[in-house]
Design a protein around this ligand. Structure first.
Ligand code: Y12
Ligand code: CO
Length: 167
């Protein structure tokens, strides 16, 4: 089932999401619905709060990008550590339509998380996958990629978004 994607400036995008405690059929259904919603919107990453489920869950699927492995990554209760190096990448977000801006992130990260069955997993990611994971992780803390721009760029983007909302 396709879910509605919340868009800036919706305040529900600003909540800090709760950890998942039940690894049940509802969680599996949420993950399946999120995949369907993300693919339907031509996205490569989606976090549960973007579809109004304030849970620490996100998915990343880079198979729409050339040369990327066709893996449906699912992260439940993720924790990012061991960030090294720097990367600047032009990011977009299904909740901030029409805006693409370069953001500075860590180039390599370690992510500890659980899969949909509750099993503990570890992933070492770099480059685009690392960028996508850091972008989606931010959603779990109510942070949008535009919050990470310089003050001047953020003000310009905010003005553009406010004009879009009025239209
Ligand atoms: C690298 C950077 C960011 C992510 C997070 C996931 N982002 C998306 O899935 C973005 C999807 C998307 C972006 C679009 O471009 C803009 O909004 C500028 C877009 O095109 C339009 O809205 C016109 C459509 C989808 C992962 C990895
Ligand atoms: Co996003």
């Amino acid at each position: 089932m396709r879910l509605e994607i919340l868009e800036y400036p919706d305040k529900r995008l600003r909540k800090v999401s709760e950890s998942v405690t039940r690894f049940d059929a509802d969680l599996s259904k949420l993950l399946d619905d999120m995949h369907e919603t993300m693919l339907g919107a031509h996205g490569i990453g989606l976090a549960a709060p973007q579809v109004n489920r304030p849970l620490r869950v996100f998915i990343v699927d880079l198979s729409l990008q050339e040369d990327e492995a066709k893996v449906r990554h699912e992260f439940v209760n993720p924790k990012i550590s061991e960030g090294t190096g720097k990367i600047s990448f032009e990011e977009g977000c299904l909740s901030v339509p029409g805006v693409g801006e370069s953001v500075n992130r860590k180039k390599r990260i370690r992510v500890d998380y659980q899969d949909r069955t509750g099993k503990a997993q570890v992933l070492y990611a770099e480059d685009l996958l690392a960028v996508a994971i850091q972008h989606e992780y931010d959603h779990l803390d109510g942070i949008l990629f535009v919050d990470r721009l310089s003050a001047i760029k953020r003000a310009l983007v905010k003005r553009k978004l406010e004009r879009q909302v009025q239209l």
